[in-house]
Design a protein around this ligand. Structure first.
Ligand SMILES: [Zn+2]
Length: 178
């Protein structure tokens, strides 16, 4: 059965049978891979993850028929999940790259305006980090996961976002270190 992700309607994933290395995967074949069991149809030796956007996962998973469908699909589904998350970030990445390039030009053309904009960005970034960390924690992510997503250690993430009424929730204003 297909995999869906909440924030990426354009990306629907599935595990598809791979009959020979390098053989094309039949996205449009509606039959589940479990149909290819050697009785109803030729047995499929392996599976790969595929997405409706055309993406094909790198991992070839050798089917272990002593295990459940979920167990056989787990690694492929995780792989597809990462793909869907990255795809969801693409539009924001494009806009950010453009904005940063624009602000870089501003540092030469109008340095004071660039400083003002950098300050606005810094405050927006702090608020975003705090809100996202709170959502991630509410969804059950550990401090290790929150820190890794932000590119800092578990301790740093906890220090920054873990304290009630801590720095993270501070509203825009003059910063003490200014
Ligand atoms: Zn996709």
């Amino acid at each position: 059965m297909p995999w869906n992700s909440a924030n990426t309607a354009a990306h629907t994933g599935a595990a598809k049978p791979q009959f020979r290395p390098g053989a094309p995967l039949a996205w449009h074949d509606p039959r589940p891979w479990t149909y290819f069991d050697g009785e109803q149809a030729p047995a499929a030796p392996a599976l790969r993850a595929i997405c409706s956007c055309g993406w094909v996962g790198p991992t070839v998973h050798v089917i272990d028929r002593t295990r459940t469908v979920e167990q056989n699909e787990k690694a492929l589904r995780d792989e597809w999940s990462r793909h869907a998350s990255e795809a969801a970030l693409e539009p924001a990445n494009g806009v950010l790259t453009e904005l940063i390039a624009m602000l870089n030009r501003l540092t030469v053309d109008d340095p004071r305006a660039a400083l003002t904009m950098a300050g606005v960005l810094e405050r927006a970034s702090r608020d975003l980090q705090a809100a996202a960390a709170e959502s991630a924690r509410a969804a059950g992510d550990s401090w290790i996961v929150v820190g890794a997503a932000l590119g800092v250690s578990k301790q740093a993430a906890h220090e920054r976002f873990g304290k009630p009424g801590g720095k993270a929730r501070m509203r825009p204003g003059p910063t003490p270190e200014a």
